[in-house]
Design a protein around this ligand. Sequence first.
Ligand code: PHE
Length: 440
Amino acid sequence: MKILFRSNRLCLRFINKNYSTAPKSLATVNVNGKEYRTDDYTNITPKITSYINRNLHLKKDNPLSLVRQRIVNYFYGSFTHGGNPSFSVYDNLSPIVTSRQNFDDLLIPEDHPSRAKSDCYYINSSTLLRAHMTAHQSELLRAGLDNFLMIGDVYRRDEIDSTHFPVFHQVDAVRLQRKHDLFENHPDLDIFEPSFDPWNPHAYTNSISNPTKQSCHTLEATKLMEAQLKNHLIGMVKVLFGDDIKYRWVDAYFPFTHPSWELEIYYENDWMEVLGCGIMRNEILANAGPNNSIAYAFGLGLERLAMALYKIPDIRLMWSTDSGFLSQFQNKDVNASIEYKPVSSYPQCTNDLSFWLPPTLTIDSFMSNDFYDLVRDIGGDVVEQVKLKDKFVHPKTKKHSLCYSIVYRHLERTLTQAEVNKIHDEIARATVNAFNVVIR
Ligand code: PHE
């Protein structure tokens, strides 16, 4: 569940080999009851499609919805306007978005690694499952909103282990201030530098080369927004984890905010990243309408918070429909302190899969996310983890070989070795078909 938009992410865009279970001959794919044309970007799988509409963040017995409600309550309670909450909540927005919403509107460059097919679930080159809730920022600003939370499921291709799942949930927010809100007591101060005219088309070109502020903003406006943003977020973390929680701010980079930070809390003897945030790039506001204001934005992942708060050891448990799991969160006050007790832990089964890559592929160009998707598609949720165990280049033939360990475990019962072998054989067959490898 790593925050996605790091500047140091490896760019995999040009070596991607697409794996998709959707038959290539079909020109359309059905997602959530609607037909979409497919193209060479299509990599959404039936397994991933099946998670759309599960809406865990809205299911009242799910730990994710408890955390979500605590965050919403904090924002409702802390910010009111004439007795009404000033934040509005959008938790019902379709996860199918355009690449304009997910990337272009947010100033994410054409060649940014977060656009890669190896990282996103594309329906086709212009449509994908949102990779972050920030994808809805511009449309809600265009609708005239100024304080809002966007809550929902997001989709990212990733490795498989106890803290990663290709679908997770985020809360994203925007808080926008106009001059008279921000400088209520200082009418002499301004949001924009005197040389900057927000009504001029130049509002769309704004430098971020200075690390402390955007060129259009005054230092006072930036600092005041930064102070508000940090106070509001520390308030939220204290409501969740208690007043004594240790935290620190880390400078960060996101294409859609400047300056940007990450908030980390000290949890179980280590620093844990909780959220990304920053002052919204003025170009986004100017494009979406309110060009006489300044705003902050943040985004956080609910799974990580829920796992820490309730001591839930495995992210797959969030998807459990087992009453042994859900009953622990049922009919609870949202603020109750709950510690998850494992219903029982069933044994793991580990099987290895070794294969020779075809001459066209090397250990470095083999797309492991494609392989993980295939494993997940066939093995489903009983796949607990896939680990790269060994890589090898034959000294004579120069052929490349990889060995993965696949760990199987059912969360609610014991799997038999025979059952596991059957799934494992199926994965081996599908790997041969999809990647042209030879099993060793
Ligand atoms: N969208 C970012 C992510 O998913 C989080 C973020 C939201 C950062 C808003 C800054 C502002 O990683």
